[in-house]
Design a binder for this molecule. Structure first.
Ligand SMILES: NC(=O)C1=CN([C@@H]2O[C@H](COP(=O)(O)OP(=O)(O)OC[C@H]3O[C@@H](n4cnc5c(N)ncnc54)[C@H](OP(=O)(O)O)[C@@H]3O)[C@@H](O)[C@H]2O)[C@@H](O)CC1
Ligand SMILES: Nc1ncnc2c1ncn2[C@@H]1O[C@H](COP(=O)(O)OP(=O)(O)O)[C@@H](O)[C@H]1O
Ligand SMILES: [K+]
Length: 505
């Protein structure tokens, strides 16, 4: 698991540790890790000796880390110049160490920008976890110079201008190739739009012990441990049966897609109810179909309602019946809009899977006005808010997929897999069938949602291919699910056998 903590949590942990260590120890650990990453990058594109590095140095400890790291690079022969954004407020000891190692201060703004244009690497030490709001005007000319020159940036702790706790970006922010973060990840590095500014994130441990995380991201081994596996005693009913109520005369394909992924996702059988039964059976003869609605469709261990369902009276009846069934329930697409009309029905076994537009409707249904743009810019707070308002688990789809449970003390899961190629018609239908099947197999809503998002993202990457990838269809994503499943299971086995060889765990 990869964990992220809020600024408040980081400060509390740092405060405790600081008491036990000689003054400046944590900053030196941070600077050493930062310098090591920069050295690695410089070596990869040439050599350290004689390379040109520019530091953008703000008035707080983030600037100080940067100066200490700059001193280490200068000591290894790099030509390091520092732009001080506030001449009167700079960490004195860090500046002294920097100059002693051969670092120089750039002159006025024109000279600073000229240095940037010649640089091999820029370090962004403008502001870290002490930042408030977007970048201030003084930093902007340097930011523009960096963009013009196209020089790679290493962000120190986090890209300046990104909100550490939420990933929100108010105004301008630094776009980094790499972010070197200290002690623990910050939520803003994992959640868009902030995550997009952070580039590749590298964690430098500095010894702080932080309590339970605000945000966490599953890794291969976590997902492997959650995947349902049949045992010797399994039969199709014990593995779980998932019911899918989806599709309409206008959107029969949504039903086929949701069923297709459900078949590949752990449940022992899939029941379908709705008007697309003929299309579903033609594509998947193994599905049990009915047109009688959830109440008459036979026993299931979880229902998925919504993809392509439309929002007329028949759809409303379908939703009511599924809500009456005493099994876990996933609502997507049209079912979310129907739910928004009636407002929250708090149920801990409910999983809602809105995109930002559907989230806006759900928020309105609970009396909260917001725009799609606001939800996309503040994904983490809105995901939490929705889960709290509806008293259930919410999977908010989009460029970063988040899964939030109703208990605010439980970390929000951020999905680390995926590709923008998944933004293709029907890809959400694949996700809901997948998550529903996992619910039926017995996973809790938070696990079902986050494991589904993980596999969906991996399948998307597998289907779209290496490097930058290529366009994919939702059917191809569904077809790639077994490969994603095997990849996760195989990865975990490799880690386990390595662990055994090395006698770990
Ligand atoms: N915690 C840890 O475990 C460790 C933390 N460490 C490091 O300390 C960093 C935190 O340092 P910090 O607390 O000094 O705050 P920091 O981020 O430098 O910013 C505050 C300064 O910036 C200014 N400022 C504010 N907003 C701004 C804006 N939008 N645009 C421009 N400027 C802005 C603000 O000015 P003011 O508002 O007072 O005018 C204030 O002077 C942390 O990120 C990590 O790098 C490591 O050394 C190791 C252990
Ligand atoms: N920019 C993006 N990067 C990664 N994944 C994305 C992006 N945009 C959308 N997705 C994913 O694609 C899927 C789209 O689902 P949805 O909006 O419901 O589409 P549809 O209704 O056509 O099926 C979701 O899983 C979402 O997380
Ligand atoms: K920074």
């Amino acid at each position: 698991m990869r964990y992220a903590h809020t600024v408040e949590q980081v400060r509390a942990a740092e405060g405790e540790l600081r008491q036990l260590l000689p003054e400046g120890t944590l900053m030196q650990r941070a600077a050493a890790g930062l310098a090591a990453t920069c050295a690695e990058l410089l070596r990869a594109s040439g050599r350290i000796y004689g390379s040109r590095v520019v530091l953008l140095v703000g008035s707080g400890d983030n600037g100080a880390d940067t100066l200490f790291a700059g001193a280490r690079l200068a000591a290894r022969g790099a030509r390091v110049g520092a732009v001080l954004l506030d001449q009167d407020r700079v960490h004195r000891a860090a500046l002294t160490a920097f100059r002693a190692a051969g670092g120089v201060l750039t002159g006025d703004q024109r000279e600073g920008c000229a240095e940037i244009a010649r640089a091999d690497l820029v370090l962004d030490g403008i502001v870290g976890i002490g930042g408030r709001g977007g970048l201030r005007a003084g930093a902007l000319p340097y930011l523009r110079a960096v963009e013009r020159a196209g020089v790679p940036v290493v962000a120190v702790d986090l890209p300046s201008g990104v909100d550490a706790d939420t990933g929100e970006v108010a105004g301008d922010a630094v776009r980094a190739a790499v972010t070197v973060t200290f002690g623990t990840h910050k939520p803003g590095l994992l959640v868009d739009p902030g995550a997009e500014y952070a580039g590749v994130v590298r964690l430098v441990p500095i010894g702080i012990a932080v309590p339970s995380a605000a945000v966490e991201a599953l890794q291969h081994a976590d997902v492997a441990a959650l995947l349902p596996r049949p045992s010797g005693e399994s039969d199709k009913y014990r593995r779980g049966v998932v019911g899918i109520a989806a599709g309409s005369a206008r959107y029969p394909g949504a039903a086929v897609l949701a069923v297709s992924s459900a078949l590949h996702a752990g449940a022992g059988a899939v029941r379908y109810t709705g008007s697309a039964a003929a299309e579903v059976v033609r594509a998947h003869p193994e599905v049990l179909v009915s047109d009688q609605g959830p109440a008459q469709a036979g026993r299931v261990q979880a229902w998925v309602v919504g993809p392509g369902l439309s929002d007329g009276e028949e759809a409303q009846r379908t939703l009511d019946q599924a809500l009456d069934a005493a099994v876990p329930l996933l609502l997507d697409a049209d079912a979310l809009r129907l739910l928004a009309r009636r407002g929250p029905v708090p149920r801990p076994d409910l999983l809602l899977t809105p995109h930002a537009g559907e989230a806006v409707a759900l928020l309105a249904g609970a009396g909260v006005q917001a725009t799609r743009e606001q939800v996309e810019a503040s994904r983490l707070p809105y995901a939490r808010r929705l889960a709290e308002l509806y008293g259930c688990t919410v999977l908010l789809k989009g460029s970063t997929t988040l899964v939030a449970g109703p208990d605010p003390a439980v970390p929000v899961r951020v999905n680390p897999t995926g590709t923008p190629w998944l933004a293709t018609a029907g890809s959400g239908d694949v996700l809901s069938g997948l998550a529903g099947s996992l619910l039926a197999a017995g996973l809790a809503p938070l696990d079902a949602g986050s494991v589904a998002a993980y596999l969906h993202g991996l399948a998307g990457r597998t289907a779209s291919g290496a490097a930058e990838g290529a366009p994919i269809t939702a059917s191809e994503v569904a077809a790639a699910l077994p490969a994603a499943w095997r990849d996760v299971a195989r990865g975990a086995e490799t880690v386990l056998s390595l662990g055994k060889q090395l006698r770990i765990g």
